[in-house]
Design a protein around this ligand. Structure first.
Ligand SMILES: Nc1ncnc2c1ncn2[C@@H]1O[C@H](COP(=O)(O)OP(=O)(O)OP(=O)(O)O)[C@@H](O)[C@H]1O
Ligand SMILES: [Mg+2]
Length: 173
């Protein structure tokens, strides 16, 4: 279960209130979608849910986040610049549990995403991956970590129909 209680987010610069008295409970299997106009604070909210420190430089946040034993996974709207500078192999290697996975387990994840097994060891720079490949790589890393909550920020941007279908299937599962 993931619960948010009485969250208020205020922009530090102009003191604009982005969110006020926001309450949310997500139980096992629940899916929720955030809809709002550009700049309304959807990404800001999602970052706070994942890790409040991600927004502390521009947001004053007041509220409570209760998440029991949930393991949160977050797909940012845009791949961070520091990740773009890593090779695919470096990116996966950072995940400690990557080293504990058997080739068979990795092959199951690769198969799910329609990607060759040796892709985990690729020396290609993350920044040079196509939009769809970027989404896949980040989702694959979340699957390696075996997260229980997926926080996806506009995951369907930049992806083709095949990857979109895959994403739908992944979310449904
Ligand atoms: N790193 C930052 N520093 C300062 N202000 C920021 C930062 N990131 C976002 N903002 C501001 O916070 C507000 C909410 O932005 P946010 O990115 O959360 O909106 P959004 O709803 O996700 O928009 P979009 O639909 O365009 O993705 C906007 O006014 C934005 O300019
Ligand atoms: Mg956004």
């Amino acid at each position: 279960m993931l619960q948010i209680k009485k969250l208020k987010l205020t922009h530090k610069k102009d003191l604009r209130v982005i969110l006020d008295d926001f309450n949310l409970v997500l139980n096992d299997g629940d899916k929720a979608v955030i809809i709002g106009e550009e700049g309304n604070g959807k990404s800001t909210l999602m970052k706070w849910i994942y890790d409040p420190s991600l927004i502390e430089n521009y947001i004053e946040a007041d509220g409570e986040r209760v998440m029991g034993n949930e393991r949160l996974g977050y797909l940012p709207q845009e791949m961070p610049d520091e990740d773009k500078k890593k090779t695919v192999y470096e990116y996966f290697s950072e995940e400690e549990i990557f080293w504990e996975k058997t080739p068979k387990e990795l092959s199951v994840i690769a198969g799910k995403f329609g990607i060759k097994n040796d892709f985990f060891y690729s020396s290609q720079m993350m920044g040079s991956l196509s939009g769809g490949e970027k989404v896949k790589v980040q989702l694959m890393r979340l699957f390696i970590r075996d997260v229980s909550v997926l926080l996806l920020d506009e995951p369907s941007n930049d992806i083709d129909i095949a990857t979109l279908t895959l994403l739908e299937k992944t979310i449904n599962e």
